[in-house]
Write a protein that binds this ligand. Structure first.
Ligand code: 5GP
Ligand code: MG
Length: 183
């Protein structure tokens, strides 16, 4: 869809293009839920969402996964938009004390360089989970820093700055039910 969209959620900003509609997202998330369930025939599954960008995706995804699971979130320390690049990232909010023996599905809104995910995985791995896999709503395929390619991907992302369905620009637009690029 390329028409300019007039949406009262946008506070006067214009959407350049809707990259993925609400219906496309819902269909893809349903399919992803089946993929995730099939990938974990047994074991304890902990879905770990990276806040804040993944909050809508996680809430839709887990309702489409027909198996037992638990949900938690991670908050990663950052300064402005820059991740701490000491090679060690700080978890501002720490999930349940023991991850030992759990299958962890790390859920990210969008993978760009992959730096965020790589650092988080490094920290989580120290806590001896049974496995760590990544589910990304969007993948820009620039991920030169990524040690763990996402096992589950919602959509290949166009090379544009995207907002909506959890993704923000300066904390705005997370509540758009579609994914769009801004003018
Ligand atoms: P990475 O560490 O993979 O370079 O960056 C991933 C993070 O950058 C995402 O979690 C997201 O916060 C931000 N990001 C990357 N591309 C976009 C984009 O197109 N739109 C928005 N809103 N955030 C993005
Ligand atoms: Mg993010």
């Amino acid at each position: 869809m390329s028409a300019f969209v007039a949406d009262p959620r946008l506070a006067g900003r214009k959407v350049k293009r809707i990259a993925f509609t609400e219906e496309q997202i819902a269909a893809r998330v349903r399919a992803l839920g089946q993929e995730v369930a099939a990938a974990y025939p047994d074991g304890n599954l902990l879905v770990l969402g990276l806040l804040k960008g993944s909050f809508i995706f996680v809430s839709d995804l887990v309702r489409q996964v027909p198996r037992p699971l638990q949900v938690d979130f991670l908050v990663v320390s950052s300064y402005g938009n820059e991740m701490v690049s000491s090679g060690h990232v700080r978890l501002v909010y720490d999930p349940q004390a023991s991850l030992q023996g759990l299958h962890i599905l790390l859920v990210e809104d969008i993978v760009d360089s992959g730096r965020t995910l790589s650092l988080v995985i490094e920290v989580l791995q120290e806590r001896q989970p049974a496995s760590i896999e990544v589910c990304a709503l969007l993948d820009k395929h620039h991920a030169t820093h990524l040690t763990h390619a996402p096992r589950f991907v919602g959509f290949d992302a166009p090379n544009e700055f995207l907002v909506g369905y959890g993704l923000d620009h300066a904390e705005n637009f997370r509540h758009l039910p579609y994914i769009a690029s801004l003018e």
